[in-house]
Design a protein around this ligand. Sequence first.
Ligand SMILES: Nc1ncnc2c1ncn2[C@@H]1O[C@H](COP(=O)(O)OP(=O)(O)OP(=O)(O)O)[C@@H](O)[C@H]1O
Ligand SMILES: [Zn+2]
Length: 463
Amino acid sequence: MTIRLYDTATRDVRDFEPLEAGRAGIYVCGLTVQSEPHVGHVRSGVNFDVLARWLTHRGYDVTLIRNVTDIDDKILAKAAEQGRPWYNLAAAMHRQLDAAYTALNVAPPTYEPAATGHVPEMLELIEELIGKGHAYAAEDGSGDVYFDVRSWPAYGELTRQGIDDMEAAGDADPRGKRDPRDFALWKGAKPTEPITATWPSPWGRGRPGWHIECSAMAGKYLGPAFDIHGGGVDLRFPHHENEQAQSRAAGRPFASFWLHNAWITTAGEKMSKSLGNSLTIPAVLERYRGIELRYYLLSAHYRSHVEFSFEALDEAAVGFRRIETFLAKAPAATDDARLGELPEAFAAAMDDDLGTPAALAVLFDTVREGNRAEDPRPHAARVRAMLDVLGLDPADPVWATGGGREVERLTGAVDALVGALLEQRQQARAAKDFATADAVRDQLQSAGIEVEDTPDGPKWSLG
Ligand SMILES: Nc1ncnc2c1ncn2[C@@H]1O[C@H](COP(=O)(O)OP(=O)(O)OP(=O)(O)O)[C@@H](O)[C@H]1O
Ligand SMILES: [Zn+2]
């Protein structure tokens, strides 16, 4: 019954032993809100949502933090290109990301801190690092502050690299640095950048470096030591190496486990906006339901790369519909969903580093047995229990709208129907047939629709 997880730092599967019995603190690097989310972007959201659900199922009180990076070079550059304020772009993309998570039934984290809301915590940490001799203000007058990698002998421990073999940090003018690998904790304001993207600091106006954001926010919400740090595998270096170095250099033990999910690829390459091989979530939701996409993402182990294709997604959707067909045939079991026991083999697969492919194989075995059984209901109850813990129970009201485009389509359909009824009401009124007009209004009201008469005509809303 022990959960075992692959720790990227120790490179082995280890028993999950929380710092505090019965509790699990998890920090997952969220996205930089700069463009519409694509399938690769949401993978970590889905994977870590399942981790949180499984730990919760195993009795842990889970605190999950997933941040939002809402200030960054890329956001500034894109907003400038589009001729809009950077915070307008960040807010719009954040809303799109939220919609994508909702469509995929990714539960909101316990807290979702935004970088721009935590600049004082970042400044405090930077000053602490300077005080301890691990960071310095650049002498070139740029207002930059760097982490001094040579002052921290353990630098490179997460990714097992020696300093001399490492790439230079590409985040600022190397002239102000003591070593090209020193990375920016604080970036002095540049005259070309909007003043709204800068905050006052002891080194002049500027903005935080990306790495310090996560260290400061993890520290604020989870304390100096916490259980699990997660993110996409590409974040291991430099982002996570730097997060760990600066946190530990400040005397914070930081994460006990590092978990990294692999990529979604297209033709073997990481799906990426800049490579032009990405597919946005709304584009996928035009053709598939959110539950089918979630199922597809979970049918691979989180540490395996997933080669995205519509053929594979099609196949997954057909597989998922087989489960739904089985459940539809055993409807009496619906109310038993939470009562079904999880098969031991399913739980064992999940305990073993969140083995969702093996867990889904158990689920399909149960469906097959249920299809052959005289009374399929106990099987259906077990299938529902398994789906539920994966956030895939089709009976869960979160899926009622199908998510994404489905909501728009439903709203459009309701609007047309309400419009027709309101037209009838207007005609009845014009004919002074107030009994009919009132009856229409009552009918709408009993369907939960409020009608308000405005100078522009009647308007409806869900009451
Ligand atoms: N194809 C992918 N598969 C899994 N995770 C991904 C993928 N692409 C991006 N991510 C995750 O999303 C986050 C943002 O990554 P990144 O900025 O590289 O994405 P992008 O928007 O596609 O990049 P680009 O600037 O190349 O357009 C990271 O946490 C990364 O791990
Ligand atoms: Zn991070």
